[in-house]
Design a protein around this ligand. Sequence first.
Ligand code: PHE
Length: 454
Amino acid sequence: MTNSDRVNFGSRIGVILASAGSAVGLGNIWRFPYEAGQHGGAAFILIYLLCVLFMGMPVMISEFLIGRRSRANTAGAYRILAPGTPWRWVGFLGVLTGFLILSYYSVVAGWTLEFIVEAGTNSFAGKTAPDFSASFASFLQKPVLPVIWTACFLLLTHFVVVRGVKKGIERSSKLMMPLLFILVIVLAVCSVSLPGSEKGLLFLFRPDFSKVTSDVVLGAMGQAFYSLSLGMGCLCTYASYFSRDTNLAKTAGSVGVIDTCVAVLAGIIIFPAAFSVGISPDAGPELIFITLPNVFQQAFAGVPVLSYIFSLMFYILLALAALTSTISIHEVVTAYLHEEFHLSRTRAATLVTAGCLLLGAACSLSMGVWSDFTIAGMNLFNLFDFTTTKIMLPLGGMLICLFTGWYLDRRLVYAEVSNEGSLKVRFFRAYIFLVRYVAPIAIAGVFLKEWGLF
Ligand code: PHE
């Protein structure tokens, strides 16, 4: 396939919704609240915002310009822009990271389907806190059911990706994202209106810097990359379908704002509801699968129908958010196989789905029957989460900055960000300064500190 045969997204809103769909996901609604909950709420959020601004935004613009300039999958992009150099490894690293993330992400995404069914069949009714924790533990111990849900989620993703960029990715984002925004806002309003919710808001917005350690900073940085889908060529792949007149910086700004708003709104859904029934929000990854169903039950104890609707809407929201993200990760690997190995799109997607299903099944079992098998003290699921989020994504982000800041010709970078000079780019010098120095040094600093070398 030549580069000019490639399909583009059909509209500006399609570009924004697809990219925001990639960014908004379990990272915002599952990961962000428990990371914030464990790391002191507002102080974590503040550091997170700084990471988004000074590392996330420059990396996103860089991914956009690499993708649109090369009009290729992420591995192909480096081959085209830096032929014959080791930079191509950055592309491969991205594809590998995508493959690993998709494998364990689909497991959690699969749980959301189980919870939609449980919420829909009203099986949360009458349960108490220990019941929720016992029933989630017994669900994870089952060898087959969680794997089936993982497979279902991967198949849903597969069918969208196979339909292609315009009919699959763009159309599904245009359908799902508005629904997602409505659900987030309705749920946040309901949560804030509960009696006693102020404590949750205070937790979310009043910083306690005594909890800030280097671990918190690493966590916030990893979370920023993860939540914005950066560091593995995901937005680079999407940008290869942008048209020549897409304003890259503006699109990056919109995606950053949407993603951050949804994360904060997820906090506004979860913390006020949790505090209103006196439950601590620092439960960790199981927060939304054990703590929350219980919170929803108690918060609307007088009106069971409200508990029912609230829970069902919440898990539908979670599944939608996860789906728009799995689609984008799947696309990275599919586009790579499709373009680099000249496989048909369907065949490429099938390989990705099958491979992720195998690894995903292993991750799923590692939370239950295989939990005794650990590497460096972590089961497979946690190992994948840790290595991808805390190492591979920030490392990928740093390399992407070095590539645009130091390797690419400055005129090429300017031409791409300014749409060949047709846009005024007032922030260009600041951008170059950030990608050359600030972002790579900050990422390296956090790494060194974390590994005890600094
Ligand atoms: N950004 C997604 C989320 O917040 C996860 C993701 C990571 C998607 C990396 C693509 C690439 O859930």
